[in-house]
Design a protein around this ligand. Structure first.
Ligand SMILES: Cc1cc2nc3c(=O)[nH]c(=O)nc-3n(C[C@H](O)[C@H](O)[C@H](O)COP(=O)(O)OP(=O)(O)OC[C@H]3O[C@@H](n4cnc5c(N)ncnc54)[C@H](O)[C@@H]3O)c2cc1C
Length: 272
């Protein structure tokens, strides 16, 4: 199928981009890497009247450390973040999870912020943001605001972003995962979306575990680092049931919960 016709604008500044969003509201869509949006347009799952292309905006192209977080601008591709020389030292968990996002071809165009904006429950980057306790920076004509990861993703492809807001950056707290981190996912082939993905980090006396692909958004479990094996198993069991799960052509809800039970203990011991 072909997309419905639309106008295409490449603004020269963030100000111009948010002006366009204010003007067109729900009829406008931001396009960043186009790795998810192009498919949605072709399938006519979305039919915007105007696309606002932010991929070339210099203002949004920075990766840096600001106020205790690695801040990644909205036009930074996944490949650029992966090649950032400070990534392992500053955000070790992202260094583990990012190679699992698609293929190098899709990472060359797909942006970090685009993946978080898209909010696929199986995606590695929304899971990472939740696990690390990051936040999303949004801007509209009315001003800027920051939204914490736990409040940002609200369900399948649904976020707290308002139609007139542009995500200008995402922020991952510096050093979370430096004490220990693990990540693993099960997919039909490497580069496919995860059926289930599990990440864990050790943070001052506790182990934080995040799971993607089971519920409609990444779920989070916090465990005391020193708990017994039996307590840990029970907590994972309860967590798997809490996440629920869904059946689709790839896997049943039951299989997804079983993957959580099997992967979580491995990843927790890697992080610990
Ligand atoms: C073959 C293939 C395999 C893939 N495998 C994986 C995988 O294993 N894991 C995974 O996580 N992803 C995977 N993806 C998706 C890929 O990671 C996308 O790049 C990513 O989901 C979206 O980023 P993008 O920059 O391409 O965004 P786009 O496709 O341009 O946009 C996606 C959505 O986010 C919105 N958006 C984008 N940027 C902003 C912004 N700054 N402000 C507000 N809204 C914004 C758009 O309006 C759109 O609704 C795969 C894609 C392909 C084609």
């Amino acid at each position: 199928m072909k997309p419905k016709s639309f106008a295409y604008v490449r603004p020269d500044s963030v100000e111009e981009a948010v002006d366009l969003l204010a003007q067109h509201g729900e009829d406008a869509r931001i396009i960043a890497g186009g790795q998810s949006l192009m498919a949605m347009l072709n399938l006519r799952l979305v039919e915007p009247s105007i696309l606002v292309d932010i991929s070339q905006l210099k203002e949004l192209s920075e990766i840096g450390v600001r106020d205790g977080a690695v801040e990644v601008g909205a036009s930074v591709t996944q490949a650029r973040l992966l090649a950032w020389p400070e990534l392992k030292a500053r955000a070790p968990f992202i260094a583990l999870a990012l190679p699992w996002v698609g293929h190098f071809q899709t990472r060359n165009r797909g942006t970090v912020c685009g993946s978080i904006a898209h909010a696929d429950p199986s995606s590695e980057l929304p899971l990472s943001l939740r696990l690390l306790g990051g936040e999303v920076v949004l801007r509209s004509k009315k001003g800027s605001r920051k939204v914490k990861a736990e409040a940002f993703q609200q369900g399948l492809l649904t976020t707290a972003r308002r139609p007139d807001e542009l995500i200008t950056a995402v922020r991952f707290p510096v050093g979370v995962g430096a004490e220990g981190a693990g990540f693993r996912e099960v997919a039909r082939r490497h580069g496919d979306f995860a059926i289930v993905a599990v990440g864990a980090v050790k943070v001052a006396g506790s182990i934080r575990v995040a799971v993607g692909g089971v519920a409609d958004r990444p779920g989070l479990l916090e465990l005391p680092a020193g708990g017994s094996e039996a307590e840990r198993r029970q907590a994972i069991e309860d967590f798997a049931w809490e996440l629920g799960g869904y059946d689709d052509i790839h896997a049943s809800a039951r299989y997804r919960r079983d993957l959580v039970r099997r992967l979580a203990p491995i990843i927790i011991s890697e992080a610990a």
